[in-house]
Ligand binder design. Structure first.
Ligand code: FPP
Length: 217
């Protein structure tokens, strides 16, 4: 069974760079390359959607050089990427620098008709505020139903989340897709994100196929 939607918490970029005597900021460039390797294989295997946690609302407390390094990768990707993946973003994009917001619009527009795997990038995203925002929309509509609530989450329209993979050895969700995680399989890998290969993507799919999903039944 191939999962329809996998989400990645791409942890360990800074440590990967430091362990090679490089500045932590170099890790994000290699992290983006790893994401492209992994998603290429998942696309070949027929995974419909991949969500990737690129920047959390909490990450804005990091040193400015690290923030700049992450956004530099994001802007470079957005300005140059043209397929075969379809790219969308979730998170509070409007609160970001106008150049970043514009590059997000550009890549979403440029890849809108692509037929490959959907790459959903979480940027300036936090699950709790996303949930509160959706709850407010549902409450204001006067029809507070699960359906109305779910369609107001920023990942609405994506296939149901089947699996969350976190690299880098930590075993927590760090405010990522908390509502969507309800019945997702969780996989924690010790590997640092930039070390992820095509074979690791296959291993993730194999692990998923071994899980017995019961959805509470
Ligand atoms: C955690 O690693 C990861 C991040 C804060 C961001 C990762 C972002 C990228 C790989 C760029 C993605 C770009 C696009 C366009 C999708 P960390 O460096 O905090 O890990 P560590 O400090 O635990 O080693």
């Amino acid at each position: 069974m191939i999962p329809k939607h996998i989400a990645f918490i791409m942890d360990g970029n800074g440590r990967w760079a430091s362990s090679r005597g490089l500045p932590r900021t170099e890790g994000y460039k290699h992290g983006l390359e790893a994401l492209m390797r992994v998603i290429k294989r998942l696309d070949e295997r027929g995974v419909e959607a991949v969500s990737a946690f690129a920047f959390s609302t909490e990450n804005s407390a990091r040193p400015q050089a690290e923030i700049d390094a992450i956004f530099e990768q994001v802007k470079k990707f957005n300005r140059t990427y043209s397929g075969p993946l379809r790219v969308t973003y979730m998170g509070d994009i409007d609160a970001l620098d106008a150049e970043v917001a514009q590059s997000v619009e550009e890549v979403e527009r440029r890849t809108a008709d692509s037929s490959g795997t959907l790459l959903n990038i979480a940027l300036n995203y936090g699950a709790r505020s996303d949930i509160i925002h959706a709850a407010k929309i549902a409450a204001d509509s006067g029809l507070f139903s699960e359906e109305k609530f779910e369609e107001s989450l920023s990942g609405a329209g994506l296939p149901k989340l089947d699996m969350i993979v976190r690299t880098g050895g930590e075993k927590r969700l760090s405010n990522f897709m908390l509502y969507e995680a309800a019945y997702a399989e969780l996989l924690f890998l010790d590997k640092l994100w930039p070390d992820m290969t095509e074979d690791d993507a296959d291993a993730v799919l194999e692990e998923f196929s071994r899980r017995v999903r019961k959805f509470g039944r």
